[in-house]
Design a protein around this ligand. Sequence first.
Ligand SMILES: Nc1ncnc2c1ncn2[C@@H]1O[C@H](COP(=O)(O)OP(=O)(O)OP(=O)(O)O)[C@@H](O)[C@H]1O
Length: 344
Amino acid sequence: MVLAQTTKEQQQEAKTPLLKLHNVKKYFPIKGGLLKRVQGHVKAVESVSFELMEGESLGVVGESGCGKSTLGRTILGLEEITDGQVYYRDQEIQNLKRHEKKKFVKEMQMIFQDPYASLNPRQRVGDALVEVFSMHTNLSAKEKRDGVVDLLKEVGLKEEHFDRYPHEFSGGQRQRIGIARAIALNPSFIICDEAVSALDVSVQAQVLKLLKTIQEKYNLSYLFISHDLGVVRYFCDRVLVMYLGNSVELAKVEELFETPLHPYTQALLSAIPRPSVHANVKRVSLQGDLPNPANPPSGCPFHTRCPIAQDVCVQSKPEWQEYQPEHFAACHFAGKSILEGADV
Ligand SMILES: Nc1ncnc2c1ncn2[C@@H]1O[C@H](COP(=O)(O)OP(=O)(O)OP(=O)(O)O)[C@@H](O)[C@H]1O
């Protein structure tokens, strides 16, 4: 309903950023030779900037290998940042001392694609969740058990699931356990890294609904990493598009899908399967593979595959600019249609 959407937008405008990234970089050294000397770097995240509001879902999309997971891990401090700043509630959080980090560990959590990989197959699920409380709280044994039972119910499971082992759960139920673990310590921010990608479509819908319910209840902010643009369109308020470690476009979800400014975003959207009534929509297939992030192209990182690239794109890297209110892109020809130069 239009009225409800407007209200949500107004609420969001009044909110303050929970998380702010400024030119974040993450390089991994490539070591070789007998002496294991550093011979170069994989530039997994080259330059990413955005703000995430309280209660907001920001989608992060882009091809496999464009740096989405590394970005998430760097925000959480699981990877040491190479350059740039990450602010959480206006405090710079990279390079914090161990004891200072502890409070942020509770506030910031992650849900992974494969919760099974992070569950011990020989440990009862209830005990695994109790451990989360043991590490971060001084609750009594009974309080911890009661807390876990409440958590299980909150994510749509039952008390009897406490004593079961991970292999006794379906994929959707395991992801509910992953969600229970993520919300146990009352976080404000959760990174969902391909959290529903491995699930069947109907189970996906249920898990997305659960994520939305707990978001509204606890005013959670999500960074929602996904390769599925359909899911992102349904779930997120805004979308960040990444290419070869760079943020190339950021906009409100409807605006991004209706008027993509960056040629890479246009190509991604044109590749979404459409119902036959839209069969006349032209598809643009990108030529060539994603370049090697250890040896990225000069100038615009997308120029080697861009159908509308000109000399300037080879020579200089386009700046990240706000073209419309809250609609950012990094392209010398932002807004120009790729159909003007593509093999369609
Ligand atoms: N620990 C690491 N050491 C060296 N290179 C790494 C490391 N982690 C990631 N990379 C490289 O960084 C780049 C970005 O990887 P990342 O996993 O962040 O991409 P992604 O967009 O999340 O991809 P996917 O959707 O496949 O998970 C890739 O080239 C990857 O090989």
